[in-house]
Design a protein around this ligand. Structure first.
Ligand code: NAP
Length: 481
């Protein structure tokens, strides 16, 4: 099928699918979840083989993917996500009568989704972008990632089967393959209404530019990664130095560091930096090299580290072992805060288990860091409560730089729930108002529409007087069911 046909069918399917009842849409999403569960064995086998990720991780990721689909099914079934808002008419208002205005969210239309290499399931074919778009009422044209082609096609077939079983048009979901040009053509297509993407900064930004230069620009929700800084403070660090070093190393090396929330930057007070770097060094020594997702990603990891090894500002706490096949070993370098501040290159993400430990001296150093820091998915503070209270200005600045601020634990392990925010200021994403994980991801693929003085019988159920869906609505300024 050529792209014009694919988009035409998606657009035709949209006209039916957007009006599907919430119950039928939720049933369809649950059918996808059922089919994934029924095919668990085959999917896990395929995804492990193609991604080099261990079975435990892939099994967990499939569970997460299924859980995510159920979350969106529940959200759609409950229905209040459409933000129904009603300002009733007032014909007696003087000097002019007031019109009846009713507003709600409506799906955008066919959406292009790019699968991510590092999550062959949860951020791929039936992952968060696809499912949140389908939940919103948008057909999806999905470009499979070449790092896991069979898994991608197989999961795509499960979605198509779910459509068939639900008696919905096939054009609601289409799986396509192809390289960079295919990706660009998808974004350029006049019938595309939005884009969901997870991957590199260069690809995400390039797609964002293409979308902005179209005759009719469209939104691109690109999640492009981040270095997820951890700020440590002396009191907390002194009390828990070894466990914190261990938990940092576990987070850094989880999945060979191939997570967008991988902590690639840690700020440590000078008074404890030697002890902390020794503790890290001890913890990291026990970590064996692990295979990366594919040759290209392993090559990029080693290329970035080779370039960094030429920088005289860095002191290597752990030099990476030599590359063997696609295996990568963790690496850690130390740098003074002054040197870190002097060059933006030190903020760039090295995708894999590499981190930079920045040694600071004072509150003023941290304020300078916070002012210079690029937008991040997450920022973590390891501090006791009195230390947090003493650093109000810093926290205030850091809130401006991230989508999720953590006061405990590590940034890896993104919970899928109603309140999760997985997105942050540029360059971590192209739209800081959005999230690609959690219930609010659905809002990316909907736009508001207001109906003025529309006859009751013609209004969508969500906006009718009797509230037939029983959803939460803002009526005349008051939330009520
Ligand atoms: P990628 O290179 O960004 O590719 C992701 C998708 O975008 C693929 O489908 C790719 O197509 C397509 N693409 C790449 N460049 C494009 C362009 N200029 N125009 C249109 N489409 C384009 O990501 P990757 O292959 O997964 O990994 C490469 C690097 O991305 C990693 O080393 C890492 O730095 C980063 N990454 C970041 C995250 C994150 O969490 N933010 C996740 C994964 C990877 P083809 O592959 O078919 O050419």
């Amino acid at each position: 099928m050529n792209l014009d046909t694919i988009f035409y069918e998606a657009q035709q399917a949209f006209l039916t699918y957007k009006n599907l009842s919430a119950t039928k849409k939720a049933d369809f999403l649950e059918k996808i979840a059922e089919l994934l569960e029924a095919n668990r064995g085959a999917i896990v086998l395929m995804a492990c083989k193609e991604s080099n990720l261990p079975e435990g991780r892939i099994n967990g990721e499939l569970g997460r993917t299924i859980g995510q689909i159920k979350l969106f099914a529940n959200l759609v079934r409950e229905g209040s996500w459409v933000e129904a808002t009603i300002d009733p008419a007032d014909p007696n208002r003087a000097p002019l009568p007031k019109a009846d205005i009713r507003r709600m969210l409506t799906p955008l239309g066919p959406v292009v989704v790019f699968g991510a290499s590092n999550f062959p399931l949860a951020f791929s074919t039936a992952g968060g972008d696809t499912i949140s778009a389908l939940a919103a009422g948008c057909p999806v044209i999905y470009k499979g990632h070449p790092a896991h082609p069979d898994t991608s096609k197989f999961v795509g077939q499960c979605i198509s089967q779910a459509l068939e079983k639900s008696e919905l048009p096939a054009g609601v979901f289409t799986h396509v393959e192809g390289g960079v040009k295919m990706g660009q053509d998808l974004v350029k297509h006049p019938l595309a209404k939005a884009v969901g993407f997870t991957g590199s900064f260069s690809a995400g930004k390039s797609l964002f530019n293409i979308a902005g230069n179209r005759e009719v620009p469209i939104p691109v929700y690109a999640e492009m990664g981040s270095v997820n800084p951890i700020f440590t403070f002396s009191q907390r660090l002194a009390n828990e130095l070894v466990p914190l070093a261990q938990s940092f190393v576990s987070s850094l090396t989880l999945g060979a560091g191939q997570f967008c929330t991988n902590p690639g930057l840690i700020f440590v007070p000078k008074s404890l930096s030697d002890r902390f770097s020794n503790a890290i060094s001890e913890a990291i020594t026990g970590v064996s090299p692990a295979p990366m997702l594919h040759e290209g990603i392993a090559d990029s990891y080693y290329k970035a580290l080779t370039e960094l090894q030429l920088r005289s500002e860095l002191n290597w706490v752990k030099v990476p072992d030599a590359k063997h096949l696609i295996n990568a070993s963790p690496a850690l370098a130390e740098i003074s805060v002054q040197d870190w501040l002097s060059d933006d290159q030190f903020q760039e993400e090295v995708f894999g288990s590499f981190a930079m430990m920045v040694v600071y001296d004072s509150e003023a150093d941290l304020i300078a860091v916070a002012n210079k820091l690029h937008g991040q998915l997450t920022v973590t503070l390891w501090a006791d409560t009195p230390e947090l209270q003493a650093h109000g200005e810093l926290i205030n600045l850091l809130e401006e730089k991230c989508g999720r601020l953590l006061f405990k634990g590590v940034p890896t392990g993104v919970e899928v729930g109603y309140a999760m925010q997985h997105g942050g200021p540029y360059p971590s994403t192209t739209d800081s108002r959005s999230t690609s994980v959690g219930a609010y991801a659905i809002k990316r693929f909907a736009r508001p529409i207001a109906f003025q003085d529309m006859p009751q019988e013609l209004l969508p159920d969500a906006l009718q007087d009797g509230n037939p869906l029983g959803i939460m609505r803002l009526v005349n300024g008051e939330f009520k069911k």
